[in-house]
Design a protein around this ligand. Sequence first.
Ligand code: NAP
Length: 260
Amino acid sequence: MDLGISGRWAIVCAASKGLGLACARALAKEGVNLVINARGDEALQLADGELRQLGVEVRTVAGDISDAAVRARVLAACPQVDILVNNAGGPPPGDFRDWQREDWLKALDANMLTPIELIKACVDGMAERGFGRIVNITSGAVKAPIDVLGLSNGARSGLTGFIAGLARQARLAGNNVTINNLLPGPFETERLHKTLDAAAQASGNSVERVAEQRRKNVPAQRFGQPDEFGAYCAFICGAQSGFLTGQNLLLDGGSYPGTF
Ligand code: NAP
């Protein structure tokens, strides 16, 4: 299926590894030119090399996407933002009794206010041009909160509530600008491996055993692969997806147990 977005430009944040890189890869396969960002320059350059092989133009901006100056450089690097994929690392786990105001502000900055600032910078131009696709990578924990991920649950739910209103503005939806959230369950990325290592250490079990247990808890009996996530992201960025907006789309192998 041709998604009809060849030649368009996308910003993909936090895209040197994992789900962000998979989204960038899937968009590049559709002929979308890219501005990609991450803090570490080494992995970013490796991603750049891989994505260029797919025959698209790629520009890189190294830096923390929650820093306003970095966001300005990312935006300046993109000739025209047709597609925006918001992503950043998730906040650390813990007990809310230990968190200070600073911890909350950091989580809100990275996982709520940063995507909102980028959306603010792009969305009216998209509406004027009659095409825009915005995807926010959030988490399955928005629908099924995980106690120790309170910073993530809180910040991402704030973003989700805001998007629910914004996506329905006639000025945006009526001009072919869509905004959707993608909610990953367990995907096999570096981050997942780190959480498995931490769980193994805490429980005294081997990483293999912890991973096997986690896989068994997923109805699909496996972890998701980043490229599956990327393909879905590209699909909702496609020309054909203009009637899909304001949605929270779970990709979790059936883990969420509810009817809706
Ligand atoms: P990952 O494999 O650790 O990759 C994270 C990527 O984001 C890296 O390229 C990293 O590069 C970059 N990054 C992190 N913080 C950044 C920042 N502040 N500014 C710019 N770049 C940044 O993680 P992932 O599994 O792809 O997860 C992506 C998002 O999905 C996270 O928010 C995570 O919490 C969420 N999520 C993931 C899963 C899962 O199972 N994988 C499940 C639920 C939710 P640098 O470190 O060099 O910046």
